[in-house]
Design a protein around this ligand. Structure first.
Ligand code: ATP
Length: 535
């Protein structure tokens, strides 16, 4: 079920269950009365949740929830439009819908995923506001046929005035049941989810400015706007004279956040935590998306419990290793699987051609802002860093910077260099600076990628072996890396640097600045400086 449907059905379950069975006079035939929407359908449902429950439902999102509550303000306060953004599966939709459930205020939710073009988006919003249902009774038609933005503004204003009047206690022509419960007030909020998809329909680049401007065009204090996107504001705004919405950033989850999120609702907490201590580290290096991780872990955890023999027994230290070797063969295929899923190029496509505000400084493929405010899968970040290192470091030093297990070789770097070596290093460094980022062949990129992705973060060494194995054994994995490389090229993080006249093979060059590479590295806690060639 789509989020839109689930949002509606959550709001409507109480009502649809009340559909009465009527008996025709004189006849035994039963007729089911369809659900007749009322203004009650614009609030989440009758079972609101407390602030404490809201906060505890979303580990790692306390700051964002409190920020949202603050920006939405007390009952009946006007608000400026919000732009809620963050990576896929970072909880944006769930947090917002549950926040409205807590506040018990009316809202209209439309996702640009289910509404696949402008007309369906406009009509979905109008249907909800006009309490119209597309069903057999209405011939599955919308309340209004609306394709043009100018028509939409007129219909929207008309519908909003009716709803607001009713909420203010002036029912007008609408047949509504009096709203019950605390909190509804007279504000109505319009939520646009998956806004990034609008760019696919918006060939003239006029729809997004139109949507961002609706707040000013309507000029109704009783209407709040929330835009949800999995790409950053930079990919939207160009100075075209509308007020930019207030950004609310859903940052990438830390490993600890993910541990808490995934452990929620687990019956055997100790068993699950011992399971996570093995799998979470390596999986997090590939993806931090809650959906992907929970799907991968649900079957893997079943295997882990089976490997543990007695399903309710927590593994003790002495049997841990034996149990691990039993469980280990299942990890690599699962890691490969998730790598394939999270390497889909769609995410990186979000990074293409960002529109920049005037005056921002461009560095390499992206400019340097304080934080990394775009989304990219963890594996793509590793590939980006590999390309950066390949361009930045002389190829002759690869062997000394990466040891056989992939870690930075501290032993070799500690060796005291001779005077002559120092001099040579200085010369090559100067050359490097003069030349700018160097080109590199694909093989070198892949070798560096393989080395740095195997850097250990977890206490269990065996898990590293699994990660290595999964990469060495499965050639399909490499094809996914190639797919990601092509996405990095499309996004201009890596450019093709022409082919080498001797080898005839294509060479690549990273366009990413050191500043940007450091930010990417920080976002995945990768010790970049350890691998960079410096004097
Ligand atoms: N902090 C969290 N606590 C509990 N569950 C979470 C948390 N973050 C995400 N989830 C769960 O992950 C799933 C995906 O979340 P959701 O759809 O809200 O993400 P999203 O950011 O809106 O994703 P998208 O950009 O794809 O629309 C949901 O099942 C949600 O409950």
């Amino acid at each position: 079920m789509s989020k839109e449907e689930s949002s509606k059905s959550n709001r409507r379950t109480t009502r649809s269950s009340a559909a009465a069975v009527l008996r025709d006079s004189g006849e035994t035939k039963k007729t089911y009365h369809p659900h007749i929407p009322t203004l009650n359908d614009l609030v989440f449902g009758e079972d609101t949740i407390s602030k404490e429950d809201l906060l505890s439902s979303f580990p790692g999102r306390h700051t964002q929830i409190l920020e949202l509550l603050n920006l939405l303000g007390p009952l009946n306060s006007p608000m400026l439009p919000l732009f809620v953004y963050g990576g896929t599966s970072s909880g944006k939709t769930s947090v917002i819908l549950q926040t409205f459930r807590h506040l018990n205020r009316p809202f209209v939710y439309s996702s640009c995923r289910t509404c696949y073009n402008l007309r369906t988006l406009f009509e979905s919003i109008l249907n909800q506001l006009l309490l119209h249902q597309k069903d057999a009774g209405s011939g599955y038609l919308s309340a209004k046929r609306c394709e043009k933005p100018s028509d939409f503004v007129n219909f929207l204003r008309e519908a909003l005035v009716k709803v607001v009047n009713t909420l203010q206690g002036n029912p007008g022509k609408l047949s509504t049941k009096k709203l019950t419960g605390q909190g509804h007030g007279h504000m109505i909020y319009l939520i646009f989810d998956n806004l990034e998809l609008v760019r696919n329909w918006d060939k003239s680049s006029s729809i997004l400015p139109f949507l961002f401007n609706l707040h000013e065009v309507l000029n109704m204090n009783e209407v709040g706007f929330l835009f949800i996107s999995n790409t950053s504001p930079d990919t939207y705004y160009s100075n075209v004279g509308y007020l930019e919405p207030i950004p609310v950033y859903f940052s990438e989850y830390t490993e600890d956040d993910l541990r808490q999120i995934l452990s929620r609702n687990q019956t055997n907490q100790e068993m699950y935590s011992s399971f996570l201590s093995i799998v979470l580290g390596p999986f997090c290096r590939i993806t931090r998306q809650v959906n992907e991780l929970s799907i991968a872990f649900s079957s893997l955890y079943k295997t882990y419990r089976e490997a543990s023999g007695d399903l309710n027994n927590v593994p003790n230290e002495s049997s841990k290793r034996a149990r691990f070797s039993h469980f280990q063969p299942h990890i690599a295929p699962a890691l490969n699987q998730i790598f394939k899923i999270s390497s889909q190029p769609s995410e990186l496509n979000n990074l293409k051609e960002p529109k920049r505000k005037g005056g921002s400084k461009k560095l390499g493929g992206f400019d340097s802002s304080e934080d990394l405010d775009f989304h990219m899968s963890t594996s793509a970040k590793y590939l980006l860093l590999s390309a950066f290192l390949a361009s930045r470091n002389p190829a002759t030093l690869d062997a000394s910077l990466f040891d056989s297990t992939g870690g930075a070789s501290s032993r070799k770097r500690k060796k005291r260099p001779s005077e002559k070596a120092i001099e040579q290093k200085e010369i090559s460094e100067q050359e490097l600076l003069m030349k700018g980022p160097g080109t590199f062949p694909l093989e070198r990129l892949l070798a560096i990628f393989q080395c740095i992705t195997s850097v250990a973060e977890t206490s269990l060494e065996d898990v590293q072996d699994v990660v290595m194995d999964s990469r060495n054994e499965d050639s399909e994995l490499m094809s996914d890396v190639l797919l990601q490389l092509s996405s990095l090229c499309n996004a201009n993080f890596v450019v093709k640097g022409g082919s080498c006249p001797l080898e005839g093979s294509t060479r690549y060059r990273s366009t990413v600045s050191e500043d940007m590479a450091s930010k990417v590295a920080r976002s995945i806690k990768f010790p970049l400086s350890k691998y960079m060639y410096r004097r």
